[in-house]
Structure formats: structure tokens, C-alpha cells
Design a protein around this ligand. Structure first.
Ligand code: SAM
Length: 200
């Protein structure tokens, strides 16, 4: 696994200060189920803080202590409160069996075991009717795609997401190329999945 503490310590705004476009798009739909929401692997907080700015109650989990500290500073600067937890999602379970109206899983590129755990945790953390919103680098990038991990084992596919989250019904599903414009790290043409599923 990359040394996320070192990455966040070395640079500000790795993925930009603005929320991810897909998060913004889904969270502002008229049928979005509202809060409370859970952000898994929220990093330095661009998505969690923005969701809190909509008036949503936000819980955020990330393995990186440095990212979580930066995210807390972002929350404070915005005058917002987010319940931020530093934890490995392989070991974390929602306290008291808590459930959320939406779970966001944005660019967690990890080994297949962690990815499977994250998808099942996210699905199980939803109330009936709740949404799981995912964006991540996907398999099948052609040579013209410059962005994203070269290690195919950390990439997503819609087929895998749907197979590992059988309790969800897809509301929105895209797998293909798009030009990212997010911070220093996500600039250029990328092969991505964008998926939103509703828990039955
Ligand atoms: C590419 S960054 C994306 C951060 C954030 N979602 C965003 O879009 O700005 C991936 C994040 O996953 C976190 N992460 C990686 N493995 C994790 C794990 N096992 N448990 C919790 N967080 C993890 C890293 O610390 C990092 O913040």
C-alpha cells in the first residue's frame, strides 16, 4: 500500500480543494436521500467537507492520520463539523451498527481484498433506500490514457462492483474514458467507473 501519510505530508491539495464532480452531481440530485452520509477513504476531506457544507451530517474514515488532520483543518476553516475517524477500513465497523443514507467511496485504489471489504462495508452501511456512490480508476485503459495506476489489481470494473454488492440496484453506471481535472494528481484522460446503487 502507498505511504499515504508521506504523500499528504509532502503536498497540499493532492486531489484539489473542490469536491469530486461525480460526488457533486449525485449529491445535488433532487432524489438524493440526504444525510447522514459516510465518506470512506475521504483523504484530506475535499468531499466530506463539501457534503457538510450542504448541511448534511457527515462521518468520514481514512487510514491516514496526516490526511485526517488536514481534513479537520479544512472543516474548521469552513466553520463545519465532520465526525472524522482515522482507521483502516479493513478493521473498522460502524459503531452501534449505525447506518447512513449515502456512502461515498471515491478513488480508493487498493488490492482486491481491501476493495471487496470496502464495497461490502459500504453496502452494509446503507439504510434501505440509501445510495452508494463510487468513482475510481477502472480496468481496460488504452495506451492513450495517461492517468491512473498501472497495477491492474487495484482497478475497478462495473461487473465487479455489481457482483460484490448484490443488495444494490444501479441508478447510474458508467465505465469509460473521461478527462479529469482535480488537483495536482488527477489531470488528464482517465479510464474510470462511476456507479451509484440504491440499497433495496
Ligand atoms: C486517492 S486517495 C482519495 C481520497 C479522497 N477519497 C478523495 O477523493 O480526495 C485514496 C485514499 O484512500 C485512503 N486509504 C487507502 N487505504 C485505506 C484503508 N485500508 N482504509 C482507509 N483508508 C484508506 C488513503 O489514505 C487516501 O486518503
Amino acid at each position: 500500500m502507498p505511504d499515504w501519510d508521506a504523500k499528504y505530508a509532502a503536498r497540499d491539495d493532492l486531489f484539489g480543494a473542490a469536491p469530486n464532480d461525480y460526488v457533486r452531481c449525485m449529491a445535488t440530485r433532487s432524489d438524493f436521500p440526504g444525510g447522514p452520509v459516510l465518506c470512506l477513504a475521504d483523504g484530506d476531506g475535499r468531499n466530506g467537507t463539501w457534503l457538510a457544507s450542504l448541511g448534511l451530517e457527515v462521518t468520514a474514515v481514512d487510514i491516514s492520520r496526516v490526511a485526517t488532520q488536514k481534513a479537520r483543518r479544512r472543516d474548521t476553516a469552513a466553520g463545519l463539523q465532520v465526525d472524522r475517524i482515522t482507521a483502516d477500513i479493513l478493521e473498522w465497523t460502524p459503531p452501534g451498527g449505525q447506518r447512513w443514507n449515502a456512502v461515498f467511496l471515491i478513488y480508493l485504489q487498493s488490492d482486491p481484498g481491501t476493495r471487496q471489504c470496502a464495497l461490502q462495508l459500504a453496502s452494509n452501511a446503507l439504510r434501505p433506500g440509501g445510495w452508494l456512490v463510487i468513482e475510481a480508476f477502472a480496468r481496460g485503459a488504452g495506451l492513450e490514457v495517461a492517468l491512473g495506476p498501472r497495477d491492474g489489481s487495484v482497478l475497478y470494473s462495473l461487473e465487479e462492483i455489481e457482483r460484490l454488492t448484490p443488495d444494490l440496484t444501479a441508478l447510474d453506471a458508467f465505465e469509460g474514458r473521461t478527462r479529469l481535472d482535480e488537483g495536482d494528481r488527477h489531470q488528464g484522460l482517465a479510464q474510470v467507473v462511476r456507479y451509484t446503487g440504491r440499497r433495496r
